[in-house]
Design a protein around this ligand. Structure first.
Ligand code: MN
Length: 197
């Protein structure tokens, strides 16, 4: 049985659409180099596993291969959601309707949710993500280290912020906090709301 291979998805906007929050240069590199590397990494792991299953390479390093399977698959999935989570800068950008009510019910207010999400994003140790996830009826803010550590299984990912240095260093150097604070104006809340239902 052959597993399907991943493909790099197109962005739902032009590379310069998120300026000035995220530059065209970062978006180009992030999509065509970094995301592509996760796609090819996952496909290479599948190639190794299929060879082993066919008896052509029984000496594969299972530990390394399964680390790759998890790391690269999540890298691909996380970036695919992250691209959809963003759109052109919008003034007074905020959620509304059922999503806003849910956030207020779960976090106390939108401002308290912002404080928690930004707090998570700014304090991820090394490379990783801040994520808003739904665990059944409950919403949680979590930190994901690298692409695959500290996540919670069987949750639905609603909103992501990539805080790997490759996501902001060209624009913000080491000031991750400034990047996190600028993120609020480019969140596509319609996309986030669609993931909740
Ligand atoms: Mn990234």
């Amino acid at each position: 049985m052959k597993h399907k291979r991943l493909e790099l998805p197109n962005l739902p906007y032009a590379y310069d659409a998120l300026e000035p929050v995220i530059s065209k240069k970062i978006m180009e590199l992030h999509h065509t180099r970094h995301h592509l590397a996760y796609v090819t990494g996952m496909n290479a792991a599948m190639d190794r596993l299929e060879k082993a299953r066919a008896g052509e390479g029984l000496d594969i390093d299972y530990k390394a291969t399964m680390r790759d399977l998890s790391f690269f698959t999540n890298g691909h999935k996380l970036h695919s959601i992250f691209w959809q989570n963003m759109r052109k800068t919008k003034k007074d950008n905020a959620p509304s309707g059922a999503l806003l009510e849910k956030i207020e019910e779960q976090f106390g207010s939108f401002e308290k949710f912002q404080a928690e999400f930004a707090g998570a994003a700014k304090t991820v140790e090394g490379s990783g993500w801040a994520a808003l996830v739904a665990d059944g009826e409950d919403l949680h803010v979590i930190q994901i280290q690298n692409q695959n550590l500290m996540t919670i299984v069987e949750t639905k990912v609603l909103l992501l912020l990539d805080v790997w240095e490759h996501a902001y260093y060209l624009d913000y150097q080491n000031d991750r906090g400034k990047y996190v604070d600028a993120f609020w104006s480019i969140i596509n809340w319609d996309d986030v709301a669609a993931r909740l239902v």
